[in-house]
Design a binder for this molecule. Structure first.
Ligand code: GLN
Length: 302
């Protein structure tokens, strides 16, 4: 009888194979995919190292490893990604949430808490915040904000029907359907239909910002993500050109614009914001790699 391989041996073999196929983190990916097949947490694998897989588990695993070797992102293979400690379902219609975008979300949460504190000191009855999230994709930003800001109403828009479907599914999963409304359409356009004269405390966005000519240089994994969620035109700034002036129309005086940017776009987006006289001096926030990642500006009170 042929000796069946143990989990440990299968993992080693899959890791070597992924490494040969130039996958950046072969061991982690091999473990995540195996945990997915076995329906356990990744670290629980270490309790099963001497166990054997069933034929079916092994053949499923081999198929997933082959997909990964073909440079399909792990998040698309397993169908979800963690962001802000929450699970977000994904498919090929949405960008995979990036860890650096958590910085944007954390800064908005911090500012929202400060505003709420200030308002409660002023004994203001209406302590609810209104937020718009543009280019919401999987809804990761909007839903994380809804989970972390006690009283808020969020309108999240996206031009992709597929993305809106994924985002709604995520909102249902996280039980925030009453706080987040997903709307199909271009940037602020769908808001007009919801409510004329809507004013908001925050405009938040992680728009597509990759320069068109840089698209060809992206990793094969990123090329599996929707182009429309990545491409920001010749200089990568198309969306900022449109969002910055339009945000002024919707923001209350003293409200904030928070946007993710590409690491080399800080200066250009700062200048765009400075041109609009009604914004304060914008501030750049760095990501954990020390790169410019978020820009924030406040609409001035007259
Ligand atoms: N940060 C993404 C990347 O890795 C780009 C995301 C975006 O365009 N908003 O390319």
């Amino acid at each position: 009888m042929v000796k069946r391989s143990t989990v440990s041996e299968i993992l080693d073999k899959a890791t070597r194979y992924l490494k040969r196929r130039e996958i950046h983190e072969p061991r982690i990916d091999a473990e995540v995919l195996l945990a997915h097949v076995l329906k356990i947490e990744r670290l629980e694998i270490y309790l099963t190292l001497d166990c054997h897989l069933t034929e079916k588990e092994l053949s499923t695993y081999e198929k997933l490893i082959e997909r990964r070797a073909g440079r399909e992102p792990v998040a698309f293979i397993v169908g979800y990604k963690e962001f802000m400690g929450l699970k977000f379902f994904l498919n090929k219609d949405v960008l995979i949430p990036r860890p650096e975008t958590e910085i944007l979300v954390e800064k908005v949460i911090e500012k929202a808490h400060n505003i709420r504190k200030l308002r409660s000191c002023q004994y203001r009855r209406d302590n609810s915040l209104t937020i718009v999230d543009l280019c919401t994709g999987s809804g990761n930003i909007a839903i994380s904000l809804a989970k972390n800001i006690p009283s808020c109403k969020i309108y999240a828009t996206d031009i992709s029907e597929g993305a809106i479907q994924v985002a709604r599914k995520n909102a249902r999963f996280h039980n925030v359907e009453d706080k987040v409304e997903f709307l199909l359409g271009d940037l602020f356009c769908p808001l007009e239909e919801v409510k004329s004269n809507l004013t908001v405390d925050f405009v938040v966005s992680n728009p597509p910002y990759v320069k068109s000519r840089d698209l060809a240089l992206l990793e094969p994994e990123i090329k599996r993500e929707p182009l429309s969620a990545l491409e920001g035109g010749n200089d990568g700034l198309n969306f900022y050109h449109r969002i910055v002036p339009q945000a002024l129309k919707y923001l209350v005086s003293g409200g904030y614009l928070f946007m993710e940017i590409g690491d080399s776009q800080g200066k250009a987006v700062m200048n765009l914001i400075r041109k609009e006289k009604r914004f304060s001096r914008p501030r750049l926030i760095k990501d954990y790699a020390g790169l410019d990642r978020v820009i924030v500006a406040q609409k001035l009170r007259f």
